[in-house]
Structures are given as C-alpha cells and as structure tokens.
Design a protein around this ligand. Structure first.
Ligand code: HEM
Length: 506
C-alpha cells in the first residue's frame, strides 16, 4: 500500500466539508456600507453631530445605510419611503430597544419603558402611560396644571427682568426658563408636586440630580460600541450615572413613601388623580406582565417621565423662538394671529391655540427642522428580518434619521428655509402617519407623551409670544443669529438662545 501523508488525509476530509458548507451557506445581503476601520468600524463617521453626517451618506449610499459601530451592527433609515416600509411592514420585528450602557446602572433599563425590552412588562407600562398621557379625556382634565406651569414661567421671566435689570448685552438664557416649565409640568402630572416651588424641600436637590442624570445619558459612550469594554466602564460614565441616578432615586423613593403613608391614613384611598396613584393602583391579571409594579420600577418610571418629557419639550420651544427671531416676518405673523384671537382683555387659554394655524405651523416647521431626537430612540431587531431586499441580522440596532428625512428636497421645497406657508391648508401632521414628518416616531414604540407634548408646545410658545416682545441680545441681529446644533440627550442650539423679553406694547 502506498504511503499517504497526514496532511493529504486531512485535506481530503476537510475539503468536501468546506465545499458543502459554502454551498449551503445563505448569502446575506446587507445594505451599502461606507468603508470601515478594523475594530472601530464606522464610529469616526458619526462625528459630533451623527444625524448630519449620516444624512450626507444618503447621496452616495442610498436611503438605507449599513454601519459597523465598533462591533454593533447598525442600519440607518434615511428616506420617508424606507421609513414607511419600516414602520408599516416591519414594526414588530424592530420593536425592541438596546439599552445604552449608562442606563444599565442600578438596573434602570429593566424597569424602563423607553429603553426596556419589548414584552409583557413593556406592554403593561405602555398601557398605563397611554391612559395618563395620550388619552384625550385625561389630557383635557389636566389643562389647569399646564396653564399654571406656563403662567409661572411668564412670572419667573418678568421677575428675572425686574430683579436683575437685564441689560441689552447680557440677555437671559431662555432655555433655562423653558426647562423649568417643562420639568414642572411633569412634576405636577406625575407627582402632584410643584418641585420648583421655593417652599419645596426636595425640589432643588431632585432637579439637580435629574439634570446630571440627563447629562450622563447624553454623553457618547465607547462601551456602547465595544461591548467587551463594558466591564471596564472606560469613561466612568456608568459609575457617574449610578451616583446621580441613585440620588434622584432616593428622593423619588421619599415621594412614593410619603404617598403610601397618605393613602394609609385615608384607608388606602386614592389621594390624587396623578400618574403615581395610577401606577400604585395597578393590578395585573397575572397573564401578562407583573401583578403589581415593584417599588424599584415605580421609581424608575417616575424618573423616566422627567427624563423623556423635559428636555425634548423645552428644546423644541427654544428652537421655535430662535427661528422666529431669525425670521421677524414669521414672528409678526404668529403674534398678529394670537392677538387677533385672544385680544387684549382676557387670558390666553390652551384651547385658543386650536384656532391658530400660524402657531401650529411654527410648531410643525420647528419639529421638521429641529427634531429633538434626530435619530429617534434606536430600535433593535427582535429577529433576523428581510427588509427591502436586505438580510438584517437579529440584534441589529436601527437609527431612523428623521432630521434628514425632514430636509429631503424631493419632499420639501426649499427644505432649509423656515417657511410656515408650507403647512397652511395642508393636512400633514406629526402623529406618525406622514412619514416625511415623524419627530415623535411611529408604530408600537412611538412617543407615548405626544398629546401632552403637543399641548405644552403650543401653549408655551403662544404665551411667550403673547406676553412679550422679543429682542436678541449681545448685538446679535436676525442675520447673525447662530443656528448651529449640539447633540446631547436632545438636539439643542450650540449656543443657548439669549434674549430680552419686553412686556408687550399694547
Ligand atoms: C417635543 C416633545 C417630544 C418629542 C419630539 C418626543 C419624541 C420621542 C421619540 C422620537 C420617541 C421614540 C419613538 C420611536 O421609537 O418610534 C419617544 C419615545 C418616548 N417618549 Fe417622547 N417626545 C417628546 C415628549 C415626551 C413627553 C412630554 C413624554 C412624557 C412625559 C414622553 C415620553 C416618552 C416615552 C416614555 C417614550 C418611550 C416609548 C416606548 O418606547 O414605548 N415624550 N419620544
């Protein structure tokens, strides 16, 4: 018998196996991808304003782009047509979220609605929040609370002008007052508390802790791209988050305990009609989700309402004011409309804003150009899915670039111009069905606070325009006003808007 070398024996055995494997292997077709570096992949392509850089890829790579962010598979949806396909045809397949590493601190992600996994617990929370924040009857019942918080903002602005004798050079930082108002709206709806009332004991401490919590949540974290670095927490973001989130949780725990005590004294009766009472009252049927929501998760969902509802709303009004100051003709049209509807001798009510098409157009045009969450909250693929002819693996994260979609010239004439007329007499809105304008997302995981945000945006803006005439400070003119952006937890102006509110001339 002839001698057969060992390597030849193994080759003879492995070659057919390799050929068989190659034959049966399904060819995966991924969307077009820009060139990527080893290990870090396309991370550098994101830059400091990822939505802008990704938008620039569209011309070269088409409406669906593939990125490797470190080791994380990422698909970017960049057109209204692809978004329609995504939300109408594949909403369930992409209904999951990937929890950012910072938000895994103190198990936040497990109790969260916004970054929590899709499933029974999420459905329970979603139903609870929808009843509180989306159902029109409930939103109507809380109109007096929104009016109170917005009226307070007007008073704080007047006081600031009077006390500090604000000069033309200084101006005041409008975003600060808007944030206080939005924070207070959530405080009143969720906890029946005016956290900003000077008499509030825990208010300032809670406000500070939540502010820091949001700052950490908005920081880019290398551990989100290279998950094998999570244990190291290389930038210390999770540790810092745990510290500030822990402070906020402790205070929120005190609010919950206080409420439980009140309920006990009154024989377990509901003491208010707010979100906290609704969550405490919840009893599941045992078929889906928990029978009761745990105390830890009650605290997390309370924090989440502040987290999700404050900066989004306040940054939108700040952008609206910046656009109107940038374009005095639109400012005049919006003010004239308000004066005509309200007149000079009565209070502006929330319901007045329903009769103000110009004001409504300001809100829509602002959300088109400056959606606070320009890539939405990333979705995650529950299972392997064929999407528009591409084979998208399970666990792929998805960005929907609503900022880019809102600026696409095929859908929007002169897309970079702030033009109210484009919405006058048009039925297009942001409720999740017109895929050229989806700042609140769409489908199962669409913003649960949309109705609330819608009311606060219109009322807040209308009152600012009704009560004051506005000027820019620091020698700025409409032409020189800087409209550049800064990414964070929400998309903000790079330089906060500094303004001088003057009690309006009658
Ligand atoms: C201008 C204001 C706001 C904007 C533009 C906005 C936008 C968004 C977006 C884009 C999403 C993700 C949607 C998706 O994945 O399809 C979202 C989710 C969410 N929003 Fe808002 N939001 C705003 C205000 C609010 C307010 C006032 C609240 C509540 C107080 C809120 C609570 C939430 C929650 C809890 C989620 C997570 C929903 C889920 O994952 O099921 N938002 N929001």
């Amino acid at each position: 018998m002839e001698y057969c070398p060992t390597w030849l024996f193994w080759l003879g055995l492995l070659l057919p196996a390799l050929l068989f494997f190659l034959l049966i292997r399904k060819r995966t077709k991924l969307p077009p991808q820009p060139p990527a570096w080893p290990v870090i992949g396309n991370i550098l392509d994101l830059g400091t304003t990822p939505h802008q850089n990704l938008h620039n890829f569209r011309a070269k790579h088409g409406p669906v782009t593939w990125l490797k962010l470190g080791s994380v598979n990422t698909m970017v949806i960049q057109s209204a047509q692809a978004a329609t396909e995504f939300f109408k045809g594949h909403d369930f397949a992409f209904a999951d979220r990937k929890c950012p590493h910072a938000l895994t601190a103190l198990n936040y992600g497990q109790g969260s609605l916004a970054v929590g996994r899709y499933g029974g617990y999420w459905r329970v929370l979603r139903r609870l929040c929808s009843v509180e924040f989306l159902v029109t009857k409930r939103v109507n019942e809380t109109v007096h609370l929104r009016q109170k918080c917005v009226d307070n903002m007007i008073v704080y602005l007047e006081e600031e002008m009077a006390v500090k004798q604000v000069t033309t050079e200084q101006g005041i930082d409008l975003s600060h007052f808007l944030f206080l108002m939005a924070f207070n709206v959530v405080g009143n709806l969720v906890l029946s508390r005016d956290l900003l009332d000077p008499k509030s004991k825990d208010g300032p401490e809670f406000f500070d802790a939540m502010n820091r919590f949001m700052e950490w949540a908005g920081k880019p974290n290398v551990a989100d791209f290279l998950p094998w670095l999570k244990w190291l927490d290389p930038q210390g973001i999770k540790a810092s988050m745990a510290k500030d989130m822990g402070r906020a949780m402790k205070i929120a725990e005190g609010f919950v305990k206080e409420r439980l005590e009140e309920r006990k004294q009154r024989g377990e009766m509901r003491t208010t009609n707010d979100f906290l009472d609704a969550v405490l009252d919840y009893e599941g049927n045992g078929k889906e989700g928990p029978r009761k929501i745990s105390s830890q998760n009650i605290i997390i969902i309370i924090l989440e309402m502040f987290f999700a509802g404050s900066e989004t709303t306040s940054s939108t009004i700040e952008w609206a004011m910046a656009e109107l100051l940038h374009q005095p003709v639109s400012m005049k049209k919006a003010k004239d409309e308000i004066n005509q509807i309200v007149g000079l001798n009565r209070k502006l009510e929330e319901s007045d804003t329903e009769k103000m098409p110009f004001l409504q157009a300001v809100v829509k045009e602002t959300l088109r150009l400056h959606p606070p969450l320009p890539l939405l909250i990333p979705r995650n693929a529950i299972k392997e899915t064929n999407f528009m002819g591409f084979d998208i693996p399970k666990d792929t994260q998805v960005f929907v670039n609503v900022w880019g979609i809102g600026r696409y010239p095929d859908a929007w004439e002169n897309p970079l111009t702030f033009k109210l007329e484009r919405f006058l007499g048009s039925k297009i809105d942001y409720k999740g069905q017109n895929f050229d304008l989806i700042p609140f997302g769409s489908g199962r995981r669409m913003c649960v606070g949309l109705s609330l945000a819608d009311r606060v945006l219109h009322l807040g803006l209308a009152k600012l325009l009704y009560h004051f005439d506005w000027e820019l400070s620091d020698g700025l003119t409409p032409e020189t006003l800087d409209m550049r952006e800064r990414a964070g937890i929400a998309l903000r102006k790079l330089h906060p808007l500094k303004v001088i509110p003057k009690k309006r001339s009658v």
